[in-house]
Design a protein around this ligand. Structure first.
Ligand code: NAP
Length: 653
């Protein structure tokens, strides 16, 4: 709906309008009011009471809240009555002030682009790439193969369709959703606020909670795929096995394998990888693993027939998956042994289990600009705010345990919170506090974790696992008899795109270039020698300070489509990043990474490869990455070949 349609709809039922505005979150309401009326004075009145972008960080007095709510109802009714056009974009100075009040901090100009991308004012997708002179005819003869129909692949399909570039998606599963389809473990959910962990171009007013369960996220991805009509472009149950670049033809030759074992070939111009990095389960090399006789499975391959009730279960691993599984199954199992190799930092979040009220959901759907401000506030709250505190201060005295004063303060606060939780269990306290600085490994949300550890039927085992036997896990010389084993042991993330065999010019494969675990790409997206290959969630693009992988995907996708626009409009065949900028970018990444917490010597994590290089994470703030990828740095690319009259069959699309 346009803002004009929204006000007319909202004003139709005055009683509902008053009631919902009376209960919805005050700061997004304030922003809607300022935007509808253009009156800045409301900002000045509220500014002193907003300390941050989470709603619990505002203390706007009740009488001022009443005034904002009353005036907003009046503004909506008057806009609906006089039918005047509503201005979508506030003037830049007013906008800067609004942003400052909304997030409780003055943001620099560099955030203006992110703000535009994320807020979608008036339903406009500001990341959408437009053809410069209308869609060129040669776009008909172009074909993109997208690997995977997870969050990135579905977005890629939607955006390629919108641009009128033919494509086909190859998906190994029988449905869309990727990691959210594959993971079904008990307690599955997201720990990034989902109003931000969702496409900016497809806001969802219906999220039932701030941090949705896995099934709701999967339903959202399915809904987006259906709404945009992309299912018919997806070849389900077909896995991409290999792809090689045919230099004579300037084409990618893709081989896929169906569930029936039959191989298929697709010849295409470009390859988009939405394969992700968290979908090849890693089982630990523990002696005797195969000798276990009971059910044993990875968290990402949960045995749906397995009923944990009354069983003795071993859970190996306490990462983001493990911390969700244990608290969910502990109440029903007979005994749970949790095997922890090293502890994670675990932090409480006041909204982690909170539902979004019906008034807020109504406001998102019916009050102009409300949803946009709601999203932007969460974007800011969950992203760059912490970044500066994750850099090592070279003069810092407590280098082993923290990085700088702010990080140290956070450490102390976390220890205080854990100590409170485990005050009556000093044995657990000693095992629960990490030695490395906060944020070194992925920060985990407290999902009743410490309370779970204290249960009578739960034991936290920190001794090294010696071996697995037919009916037990043996650790530190002690046998723990179990009926089932859950491996919450993570993924082969560093082995990016493995086991696919992707070969570029000269038959060189990504494995030849990257080795087993050292992936690199320009901006995490393009690789020299691999023309027209674009990676989403590629090397050094994982977000570990905050933020959302979906945000990065949308940045990468826009960049990839900008690149295709360059090739297609020029009537060329290929675009390929040059070696020098690729190397220079990776040097910049490594240089920036050296001072970030993830490089800390005391940290082991899936972010680092065997040599200790951080290959997974982005060292940048979200705003930096967005600004680096918002335009194509065309000078860093070679655009070659003429495709005039060389149309390929794109029956596959
Ligand atoms: P993970 O974070 O890599 O955790 C793996 C766990 O298994 C760690 O505790 C690790 O111990 C342990 N482990 C691995 N090999 C072991 C061995 N041989 N013996 C004993 N313990 C072993 O994996 P994950 O929990 O699946 O999470 C992976 C990523 O997926 C997360 O970082 C996150 O990005 C994403 N994720 C997100 C959510 C969410 O949004 N809520 C949920 C799940 C996953 P060490 O720490 O000592 O290595």
């Amino acid at each position: 709906m346009t803002p004009g349609e929204m006000v007319r709809e909202a004003a139709r039922d005055g009683k509902a309008l008053r009631q919902m505005v009376g209960d919805a979150e005050i700061v997004p309401l304030l922003m809607s009011l300022v935007q509808l009326t253009g009156r800045r004075e409301y900002l000045d009145l509220a500014r002193p009471y907003i300390a941050g972008a989470w709603h619990y960080l505002q203390t706007i007095p009740k009488d001022l809240q009443r005034r904002i709510r009353t005036d907003l109802v009046a503004a909506i009714e008057s806009a609906a009555d006089d039918g005047r056009a509503i201005v979508d974009q506030p003037a830049p100075e007013l906008l800067d002030d609004m942003i400052e009040v909304a997030v409780g901090r003055r943001l620099t100009d560099e955030y203006r682009g992110v703000f535009r991308d994320e807020t979608n004012f008036g339903g406009v997708d500001n990341r959408r790439v437009q053809w410069r002179h209308g869609r060129p005819k040669q776009a008909d003869d172009f074909l993109v193969v997208v690997i995977g129909a997870g969050f990135s692949g579905v977005a890629a399909a939607i955006k390629l369709k919108e641009a009128g570039i033919p494509f086909v998606v190859v998906e190994k599963n029988p449905d869309v959703g990727g990691t959210w389809f594959e993971n079904t473990y008990p307690g599955l959910g997201v720990d990034t606020p989902c109003h931000f962990y969702s496409y900016a171009f497809e806001p969802n007013a219906e999220w039932s909670s701030y941090f949705a369960e896995g099934s709701e996220i999967l339903a959202y991805i399915r809904k987006c795929a259906d709404k945009h009509g992309i299912r018919q472009h997806i070849r389900f149950n077909e896995e991409l096995v290999s792809a090689h670049f045919d230099e004579a033809a300037n084409r990618w030759v893709v081989r896929t394998r169906g569930k029936d074992g039959a191989d298929h070939e697709i010849v295409c111009n470009a390859l988009f990888s939405g394969a992700g990095i968290l979908n090849r389960p890693m089982l630990p090399n523990i002696p005797g693993r195969d000798s276990f006789r009971g059910p044993a499975f990875h968290s990402a391959a949960w045995d749906k027939g397995f009923d944990p009730a009354g069983k003795r279960v071993a859970q190996i691993g306490v990462g983001a998956s493990g911390i969700q599984i244990a608290p969910t199954i502990a109440p029903v199992v007979d005994q749970l042994y949790i095997f922890q190799r090293s502890p994670h930092w675990v932090i409480k979040h006041p909204l982690y289990h909170e539902n979004v009220s019906s008034a807020v959901r109504w406001a998102m759907a019916n009050i102009p600009f409300y949803a946009s401000w709601f999203r932007f506030r969460l974007f800011y709250a969950a992203s760059d705010g912490f970044h500066a505190t994750l850099k090592m201060d070279p003069d810092w005295k407590h280098k082993a345990e923290s990085l700088n004063e702010a990080n140290h303060k956070m450490r102390q606060e976390l220890i205080a919170a854990i100590s409170l939780e485990l005050a009556d269990r000093p044995d657990l306290l000693a095992k629960a506090i990490p030695s490395y600085p906060p944020f070194g490994k992925r920060m985990l949300r407290d999902n009743n974790w410490f309370r779970t550890l204290k249960r009578d039927n739960v034991e936290l085992v920190t001794e090294d696992i010696d071996r697995i036997e037919a009916d037990a896990v043996v650790a530190g010389g002690k046998r723990y008899p179990v009926d089932a084993i859950v491996y919450a042991t993570g993924f082969h993330a560093s082995r990016m795109l493995w086991p696919m065999d992707i070969r570029g010019r000269g038959g060189v494969s990504l494995r030849d270039l990257w080795g087993d675990d050292d992936p690199r790409a320009h901006l995490g997206i393009t690789v020299p020698g691999f023309p027209n290959l674009f990676l989403f969630y590629g090397p050094n693009t994982n977000l570990a300070h905050g933020g959302s992988a979906v945000f990065h995907s949308e940045c990468q996708l826009r960049y990839a489509i900008l690149a295709l626009r360059e090739v297609i409009e020029a009537g060329a065949s290929t675009i390929e990043v040059k070696k020098e900028p690729f190397e220079a970018y990776n040097e910049r990444v490594d240089e920036a990474m050296r001072s970030m917490v993830w490089s800390h010597g005391g940290v082991t994590s899936w972010y680092k490869n065997k040599k200790g290089r951080v290959t997974m994470n982005s060292p940048w703030r979200l705003v930096d990455y967005r600004n680096m990828t918002a335009e194509l740095d065309v000078e860093n690319y070679r655009i070659d070949g003429s495709d005039a009259g060389k149309a390929i069959s794109n029956e596959a699309a």
